[in-house]
Structure formats: C-alpha cells, structure tokens
Design a binder for this molecule. Structure first.
Ligand SMILES: N[C@@H](CCC(=O)N[C@@H](CS)C(=O)NCC(=O)O)C(=O)O
Length: 239
C-alpha cells in the first residue's frame, strides 16, 4: 500500500504542514488508499523535507511531484473538465500560496515572539531536557536565515503581513461565492487552498493572517465544507 510520510498531526488538524496536508487531502479527494507514517526528523527524508511517498517501492518527494505522480499513476480525473484559463489560475494560485504565503505563515509561527513560545512547546516538547534547551533556538535561527535568504525576512512586520494578505485577498476574489475554488466541483487546487486556509484558521495562533481569514465568511465556509467532506473524523471541521 502507498505510504505517506508526513509530520505528526497536531492541534487536532490533519497536519500543521500545509504541504503534508495538501497531499493527504489530495489522496482523499482522489480516493487513493494510503497508510500514514510519521516523520520525526526531516533530515531522514529524501529531500530533507516532508511530505514524501513510497508507493510500493517508488519514492516521490515534494508535494508537486507527488500530485503529478498520483494523477498519472491512478488516472485521477479531478481536473478533467477544467478550461485552460482555470488550469492557469490553479497553477498561479498554487505558486502564490506555496512560494510566498507559506513564508509569511512561517514568519507568523517562528519569528513572532508570542507564537514562537507555543511552537517551541508543540514541536520540541518530546525532546530530552538538555537537548530541548538548545535545539529549538538553533532550529529557529535556521528558519530566520531561510526567511532572509528567501527575501521575505528583509521586510518589516507590516510589509510581510501585507504581502500575505494580498495573496489571501486574491483567493477570496477567485473563490467569490462558489463552493470550490474553480466552481461547483472540487479540483486538485482545492487540496492546496484548503491546506493553507485551514493552517491559518484552525491553528490557535494569533496573527493578521488569522484575523483576515476569520473575517472572510466565504473562505471560512469553504474551509468547513472541505473539512467536512474529506476529514469527517476531525472535530475541528464539524462546527
Ligand atoms: N516544496 C516542498 C516543500 C515542503 C516543505 O517545505 N516542508 C516543510 C514543512 S511545511 C519541511 O519539511 N520543513 C523541514 C525543514 O525544512 O527542515 C513540497 O511541496 O513538498
């Protein structure tokens, strides 16, 4: 059976990594059976990041390549009826969320002092006491360095959130009052959108991203709709 390697679910959410949650959502949308295996240390994975899959010996790392591989191997038809324009919107939306909004989300979790205290508990509480007093600081320094190299870390706090909210506003504009991002039926881009929206709305950390999404009635309903449909066993989507 296909094995999905991802981080342990936390906060009652399928995953606090939007990339892991994207792949698990896609597997459920495509009705592909899988078993979950927990990644404790990303350094043990093929590309040093989660998620990856092992499908009867075929290893695929990176959520984009995983979705492409699954679509081809399992003849997934979720996007069958999309027009060229819709396919373009799906690709560009995925890029905006994964290559920009993601880093704003990382900033909100790992750099903002109040949220960092919670993240530290959440991620590192399982470590032995001596290691626990050293490792979180080292990992956080690495994250801050990454944000600087990526570029987002060079902006002011207000500028960083303005960029994130720009992406979220784009989502709200594309979604409108439709049930799913591209119309009445879910398509594969909904795995990406749902994973990001749920990771902002359902993780109990405060940030301007949360404030913005919580105010967007259509986006909140969308998140509940996707959650109820694909993760019915998760209480967080049942309200
Ligand atoms: N492009 C990758 C991104 C995956 C990614 O950034 N995963 C993060 C968690 S959200 C990770 O494993 N980080 C661990 C690390 O960088 O050490 C994908 O789409 O799968």
């Amino acid at each position: 059976m296909l094995r999905l390697f991802q981080f342990e679910p936390k906060y009652g959410l399928p995953n606090v990594s939007p990339f892991c949650m994207k792949v698990e959502t896609f597997l459920r949308m495509a009705k592909i059976q899988y078993a979950m295996q927990i990644v404790k240390n990303p350094r043990t994975t093929p590309k040093g990041k989660a998620p990856y899959i092992n499908d009867d010996g075929t290893v695929v790392a990176d959520s984009a390549f995983i979705v492409d591989y699954l679509t081809e191997k399992y003849h997934v038809t979720l996007d069958r009826d999309l027009t060229g324009l819709q396919r373009g919107i799906a690709t560009m939306t995925t890029g905006a969320l994964e290559e920009r909004l993601y880093f704003v989300l990382v900033y909100s979790r790992w750099v903002e002092a109040k949220n960092w205290e919670q993240i530290k508990q959440l991620w590192f509480s399982g470590l032995p006491p001596v290691v626990r007093s050293v490792v979180p600081g080292i990992v956080r320094k690495g994250v801050i360095k990454t944000l600087n190299l990526q570029g987002i870390g060079r902006h002011s706090r207000d500028e960083i959130y303005a960029l994130g909210i720009k992406d979220l506003k784009g989502l709200v504009q594309v979604l409108g009052d439709q049930k799913y991002l591209l119309g009445a039926e879910p398509t594969s881009v909904d795995a990406v959108v749902f994973a990001f929206v749920a990771n902002i709305l359902k993780v109990p950390l405060s940030s301007p991203l949360f404030d913005y999404v919580a105010d967007q009635h259509e986006l909140v309903s969308y998140c509940q709709r996707m959650g109820k449909k694909y993760f019915p066993e998760y209480a967080v989507f049942q309200s």
